[in-house]
Design a protein around this ligand. Structure first.
Ligand code: NAP
Ligand code: ZN
Length: 357
């Protein structure tokens, strides 16, 4: 018998200027290697906003954002071995990749030579069809892009942001071997930044949080930062000149990178994960060459590493600090995110979409 598609409630933007609004779509019938799930919670990433408003270009409308998904399995294909109906699972920023190229076989699907399939804004491998993300009641995802969630039932809403904010900070911290004895800076205390503080602290680093928001100081210290620097204060910044092993910059807007590069010591690295719509002013070359400093970038993380990150966070009792919202509050949440007024991640309770609340 031919399995049928599942009608799914969602929220979509239909143009860069349009508010997100209810939208009906169909999920594919699960194939042999697919996992179907009801979405319980979906985090709200700044990338959702960049994409909904076409700030990076290339948005295909209607767009259903959302790539920090925690769900419960409702059906599995006949060849699925890792999951069964009723399991609590996660889906992050990717739902597929070519699976054959060197990055894919090395577990670095985010750098797939053919381009990975985003959880939203596609394109699907082969068909090229658009994909629709987690601001929806259900989703169907290839088994190899589904993650196991081992946190307790009461923490599931706060686990959702780990699927993007968690892995995007964990991956570069691992890549640059952050650990005890390292002085590590995290720039920006938003969704990504607050996960960066918690994870770097759990890795044993001495963590310094750089913020433009003086009122976030106490929260940063509670999350594991040893020091907080108000980045607008030149004297506070100068006190840290030439002292950092590694800085992770999560800021979502263009800003002066030199102010942070001069804080790195010999061979220190600053990795950019924030992805502003327009470029940063070019950094001064002398700040790089004088101490052989490095400026790097990093994109989310592979599936194997995402599972590692979820297990690391479960073992260390790490979840996101969240504000749970109703689906209908998403447009207000976007406006607050633009004002850096997020403590520290909005998470949509998807039951409110089904209930039409
Ligand atoms: P967010 O919650 O809005 O946090 C961004 C933080 O940056 C703000 O809370 C604020 O922190 C700081 N900030 C904002 N505007 C600033 C400005 N003009 N100058 C200095 N600091 C400013 O955003 P997010 O969800 O963490 O995402 C951050 C960025 O990472 C976005 O561009 C997003 O698209 C990108 N991203 C990249 C990846 C990747 O794979 N590389 C993955 C996910 C997201 P303070 O108040 O503490 O200053
Ligand atoms: Zn994201």
């Amino acid at each position: 018998m031919q399995a049928t598609q599942t009608p799914t409630l969602a929220y979509a933007a239909t143009s860069p200027a349009a508010a997100l609004a209810p939208y009906a779509l169909e999920r594919r019938a699960p194939g042999q290697l697919d996992v179907a799930m009801d979405i319980l919670y979906c985090g709200v990433c700044h990338s959702d906003l960049h994409t909904a408003r076409n700030e990076w270009g290339g948005t295909i409308y209607p767009v259903v954002p959302g790539h920090e998904i925690v769900g419960r399995v409702t059906a599995v294909g006949s060849l699925v071995t890792k999951f069964k109906v009723g399991d609590t699972v996660g889906v992050g920023c990717m739902v597929d990749s070519c699976q054959h190229c060197k990055p894919c076989t090395d577990g670095l699907e985010q750098y797939c030579d053919k381009g990975f399939t985003g959880t939203y804004n596609g394109p699907e491998q082969g068909s090229g069809a658009n994909t629709y993300g987690g601001y929806s009641s259900s989703i169907v995802v290839r088994e190899s892009f589904v993650l196991r969630v081992s946190h307790g039932a009461a923490e599931l809403a706060a686990v959702a942001p780990l699927l993007c904010a968690g892995i995007t900070t964990y991956s570069p911290l691992m890549q640059w071997k952050v650990g005890p004895g390292h002085k590590v800076g995290i720039v920006g205390l938003g969704g990504l930044g607050h996960m960066g503080v918690k994870i770097a602290a759990a890795m044993g680093a001495h963590v310094v949080l750089f913020t433009t928001s003086a009122d976030k100081r106490a929260d940063a210290l509670r999350m594991g930062a040893s020091e907080v620097v108000i980045s607008k204060n030149a004297d506070e910044m100068a006190a840290h000149a030439g002292s950092f092993d590694f800085i992770l910059n999560t800021v979502a807007a263009p800003h002066d990178l030199d102010a942070f590069l001069v804080l790195l010591k010999l061979d220190g690295t600053m990795t950019l994960v924030g992805a502003p719509a327009s470029p940063h002013p070019s950094p001064g070359v002398f700040n790089l060459i004088m101490k052989r400093r490095r400026l790097a970038g990093s994109l989310i993380g592979g599936i194997k590493e995402t599972q590692e990150m979820l297990d690391f966070c479960a073992a260390h009792g790490i979840v996101s600090d969240i504000e749970v919202i109703r689906m209908a509050e998403i447009n207000t949440a976007y406006e607050r995110m633009l004002k850096s007024d997020v403590k520290y991640r909005f998470v949509i309770d998807m039951a409110t979409l089904k209930a039409g609340a």
